[in-house]
Design a protein around this ligand. Structure first.
Ligand SMILES: [Zn+2]
Length: 1010
């Protein structure tokens, strides 16, 4: 038979096939136009509007008023409940019948009082399947409820996704009807789509792309949209193409369904609960239909929400967890920020997360899962290993603005040398759609070609939830082993990492932090959240220590384990990767600050009770020191008594209006405008302030990023530096002599913003404190304070979780200058041999040290997604500490702890003997945590770490035995961070304590059985 030749015109052939499945063009005659058959209106539609997020049982009792398709409802954040009565025509026997529902907002379908499926236009879910093949015995008259949240998958941003929400948005239902769904048309459409995409993605350089082109062209020839009998010929052509197999060496894509749900971001926590419900119930529906489908799901907190809000759904999830298909991953309470939480907070993320997963599902996660956070602390590998986790998955470093990270699969070595196998899915996404493009990228982008032959493909709508769709599964199912594309297998994190580990001989190692060269404003944005976090971390630390000591002292003391767990979980929740970084909307900020207040008010009561049990009852003033070293500090007591007549401090005005202050350790000259003209370390006879410069110099910068407002500070902001020079009130003495002297001054930043500061010098204190109050009403400005110091060093040191690391002070390479704004915890230090200066803080995280200028980042003023971010009054304290020797020898670390953990005044009987509970013989070892063990009441967990970066042998003394007659230490064992004791490592006790050996930055946990 004569056939017309296929001309050499790739473009017309390709576009012909595209138009054949287009949902825009030629739908009157193309295949897409045949997707739906007959339709039929609903019997009735009625609605009820609620300002609150109410449970189904309450909603179902309300009065529903008639509602027409197209009627509007709202405003933003309200909920519209719909009662849908429908009757399926009997003539649709044998057909697949859907409720087609297209509305704004995110919806949940309820049937017989149970949530059954999520519907969101943005997440490509607009059909609820009523019957796959209608039979006479099936119910034809059905009543459903549809709960529509008045917010989209990405909240309700005004104009752009990250703009502040529009509070008055209106919503509508555009389509609500019954339709016949032609599954056979859908199947051919998917064949076509995959082949068209193969043509496009493989391009003109690959012969396989041309084979796809001619296949799809012939399929158009064979396929008559009006005659379903013609479909099978087209399908069998597609099938032959998809069945042409790869060779054995082909890359394997491990396909796992996923649904990244931010625990709060452009919507509040409460809405996230419903996002989990909508997304996960849809996953269960897909699992029922697709026996191979595997879904990975992180964040214990979200499971706990679903457990309490959707118990029926939770038990279905439990069933699928047992089958190994719904897989809890990550092992943490939430996907927390990877930089800002303290070391102990990170431990608790794993402790709470792993314990929840173990309790509810009998699972201990083996991988840490943090695809979307803004950098990863160098101490994470050790914390992971200590929490039963040896694998790590993320992809965020693909967002680097300057340097391309060189690996996708590698070993990540932490501060102490712990290593974890790490995988960045080369598709650079955690929300792929199962498309050809995703698979091609996964192979092409892989920077470990020839070293690692397996990669993760995480598919499903994410960030705002949504998750996988049937179409994504159908796409992947077609190309499981198709020549020209990677092999695709439904997989699990376990399978992926086992494969990678089995064949890891050629993998490279990356040592130190995984620094994200973007989003560096998140160390500073939403200062109140940062302050709340630091305060609550220290408060919980103190409660646990006071409670543990009370337990030692008084056998009847009830350690508040349950209350502490509740408070910890609130704190951990606020460490979510869009909350503590400050990249969330104002509603979330309000929730977060309320949680901090709850922690502080409930925590204050717990601390008072615990401290009350530390000494005999009475009204005399006592002091509780929660740190494991002796302290001599000035504390203010309320009655103001105790000021000695003879001062040991010296304050005097100079002729030029500057003030000289001296405490025997430091001598400083403060200019009229509050800047430091001189800061002299007396014993070492060293000046700390750089020649001709002033310390404590406030500086303002224009801070206009390229897009991610709350997130980003760009390198070019440094070009806009302006010192704050206008003095409203020059320095004047607030208190002089005695044990504390201080001066105060006020500066004007602008007509809307001012800085009021008290500079405090305490007797015997090696640092100067700057108690600062800022009235802040700026727009796109960045406030910092600078200390140009007389130190020369190529590296500065920054405290991180359970340790510290160095970063360059120069800008030699792109890797150096990309770190123009970095994070640190309680201190940063710049030292040369035998002298240095440390900059401490009580609630800040953003630092930079360039050449000899040390800078602390104080406040930003972004306008999206919170239009009012950081507006108002701020209080914070920083401190400057010149020192002789190294920062380790000078006790900079201890000083920063002292600044953050104030001595707490308590009341006790006047004849209470001072007592200490524990003592560590080496200054390098910090006893960070003392708490009651999770699983036994008469047991304590002690966590210590090596803070100097040295190998140390030390003795931990159990002094409390001398002061408490109640118990004695029965035995001591090493345990991991999950408090599982390690029988291979017995601890050797002597009569008074235990000898411990540490390697640099090692964390050691002990279980003391009392
Ligand atoms: Zn996220």
């Amino acid at each position: 038979m004569y056939r017309q030749p296929v001309l050499k015109n790739r473009r017309t052939l390709l576009e012909r096939a595209e138009k054949f499945i287009s949902d825009v063009y030629f739908t009157d005659c193309n295949l897409r136009g045949r997707l739906y058959g007959d339709s039929c209106p609903l019997e009735s539609l009625a609605s009820f509007l609620s300002s609150k997020r109410i449970p189904f049982t309450e909603a179902a009792k309300q009065n529903f008023a008639p509602h027409k398709v197209g009627d509007t409802f709202g405003p933003t954040w309200w909920t519209c409940w719909f009662k849908v009565s429908l009757k399926i025509p009997e003539s649709w026997r044998g057909k697949e019948v859907h409720l087609l529902w297209e509305s704004d907002g995110e919806a949940m379908v309820w049937r017989d009082g149970q949530p059954v499926q999520g519907l969101t236009k943005e997440g490509e879910k607009t059909s609820y399947i009523l019957s796959e093949c209608l039979k006479d015995e099936e119910p034809h008259s059905i009543t459903l409820y549809v709960e529509v949240a008045c917010n989209g998958l990405f909240g309700a941003g005004q104009g752009s996704m990250i703009a502040a929400p529009d509070p008055n948005r209106k919503f509508s239902v555009q389509k609500a009807q019954l339709v016949v769904f032609n599954r056979d048309v859908q199947e051919v459409l998917t064949d076509f789509e995959m082949l068209v995409d193969i043509v496009k993605e493989l391009g003109e350089g690959e012969q396989r792309g041309y084979q796809a082109l001619f296949t799809v062209n012939e399929m158009v020839n064979l396929c008559d949209p009006s005659d379903p009998r013609s479909f099978s010929k087209a399908r069998s052509l597609a099938h032959s193409f998809f069945s042409q197999r790869n060779g054995e060496s082909q890359h394997t894509a491990h396909a796992m369904g996923h649904c990244h749900i931010d625990s709060a971001w452009l919507w509040p926590y409460e809405e996230t609960i419903r996002k989990c419900g909508r997304s996960w119930v849809t996953v269960i529906r897909l699992m029922e239909k697709n026996p191979e489908f595997v879904f990975t799901c992180s964040q214990a907190q979200q499971f706990q929400w679903v457990q309490s809000w959707y118990p029926g759904l939770f038990s279905q999830i439990q069933d699928y967890v047992k089958k190994g298909r719904f897989i809890p991953v990550g092992g943490t309470w939430v996907e927390m920020d990877g930089n800002l939480p303290s070391g102990e907070s990170m431990v608790r993320q794993f402790l709470e997360g792993q314990r929840f997963f173990n309790h509810e599902f009998g699972i201990v996660c083996k991988e840490f899962w943090l695809p979307d956070t803004f950098g990863y602390s160098a101490q994470l590998p050790q914390i992971m290993q200590g929490s039963g986790v040896s694998n790590f998955l993320t992809q965020k470093l693909s967002w680097n603005l300057v340097n391309t990270f060189p690996h996708n699969t590698f070993f990540w070595e932490g501060l102490d040398g712990s290593k974890v196998l790490t995988h960045f899915p080369p598709g650079n996404s955690y929300e792929m759609k199962g498309k050809v493009e995703d698979l091609v990228k996964t192979v092409k982008n892989n920077k470990d070609k020839g070293r690692a032959n397996h990669s993760a493909v995480l598919f499903g709508f994410g960030d705002g939830g949504g998750g996988p769709t049937q179409l994504m599964l159908d796409r992947l199912e077609r190309v499981q082993d198709t020549d020209g594309l990677p092999k695709v297998q439904a997989s699990t994190p376990d399978k992926l990492f086992s494969q990678l580990r089995a064949d890891s001989a050629l993998l490279c190692t990356w040592t130190g932090e995984l620094f994200l060269e973007l989003h560096n404003g998140t160390y500073t944005t939403q200062a109140q959240i940062k302050r709340g976090n630091r305060r609550c971390e220290t408060l919980l630390h103190d409660i646990e220590i006071a409670g543990s000591l009370a337990l030692c002292r008084d056998g009847t003391f009830q350690y508040p384990a349950e209350q502490l767990q509740k408070l910890w979980r609130l704190l951990l929740l606020n460490q979510f990767h869009d909350v503590i970084p400050g990249s969330c909307i104002e509603m979330v900020v309000e929730d977060a600050l309320r949680y901090y207040e709850d922690i502080q008010s409930d925590g204050a009561k717990l601390l008072k009770e615990a401290c009350g049990a530390l000494g005999s009852k009475g009204n005399a003033a006592g002091v509780f020191n929660s740190l494991p070293w002796e302290r001599q500090e000035v504390i203010q007591i309320q009655d103001g008594a105790g000021e000695p007549a003879v001062g040991i401090l010296c304050v005097s005005f100079q002729a030029d209006g500057s003030v000289l202050m001296e405490n025997g350790i430091l001598k400083m000259v403060i200019n009229k405008d509050g800047t430091l003209a001189s800061l002299h370390l007396i014993n070492a006879n060293r000046e700390a302030i750089s020649n001709g410069c002033h310390g404590n110099q406030f500086v303002m910068f224009d801070d206009v990023p390229l897009y991610w407002d709350a997130w980003d500070v760009m390198d070019y902001h440094l070009q806009t530096r302006k010192p704050v020079l206008e003095v409203v009130q020059p320095i004047h003495v607030v208190s002089s002599g005695g044990l504390r002297s201080s001066v105060s001054f006020t500066l004007r930043i602008s007509d809307k913003s001012t800085i009021k500061q008290e500079i405090v010098m305490d007797a015997m204190c090696p640092y100067i404190k700057f108690n600062t109050e800022v009235q802040w009403a700026e727009s796109h400005k960045f406030l910092k304070v600078e200390f140009p110091v007389r130190v020369r060093s190529p590296n500065a040191t920054y405290e991180i979780q359970f340790g510290h690391l160095q970063r360059p002070t120069h800008r030699n390479t792109s890797w150096d200058w990309a770190r123009f704004e970095v994070w640190g915890h309680k201190w940063a230090d710049l030292s040369e041999h035998n002298f240095g200066v440390a900059l401490l803080n009580d609630c800040k995280y953003g630092y930079s040290v360039h050449e000899n200028t040390m800078t602390l980042s104080l406040l930003r003023a972004p306008k999206a997604p919170d239009a009012n971010a950081d507006m108002g009054t701020h209080h914070f304290t920083y401190a400057i500490m010149p020192h002789a020797g190294s920062f380790q020898e000078a006790s900079v670390i201890q000083s920063a702890y002292n600044l953050n953990f104030p001595l707490r005044s308590i009341q006790c009987s006047p004849n209470t003997i001072p007592w200490s509970a524990f003592s560590v013989s080496s200054a390098a070892i910090i006893l960070e945590t003392i708490k009651q063990a999770e699983d036994r009441k008469r047991a304590l967990v002690l966590r210590l770490y090596e803070s100097h970066g040295s190998s140390v042998t030390t003795t931990l003394l159990f002094l409390f035995i001398q002061f408490t007659a109640i118990w004695h230490v029965f035995f001591v064992v090493f345990c991991d961070l999950l408090e599982r004791h390690d029988p291979t490592q017995p601890a050797h006790m002597t009569s008074e304590g235990i000898t411990l050996t540490f390697s640099p930055f090692q964390i050691v946990s002990l279980l003391l059985i009392l």
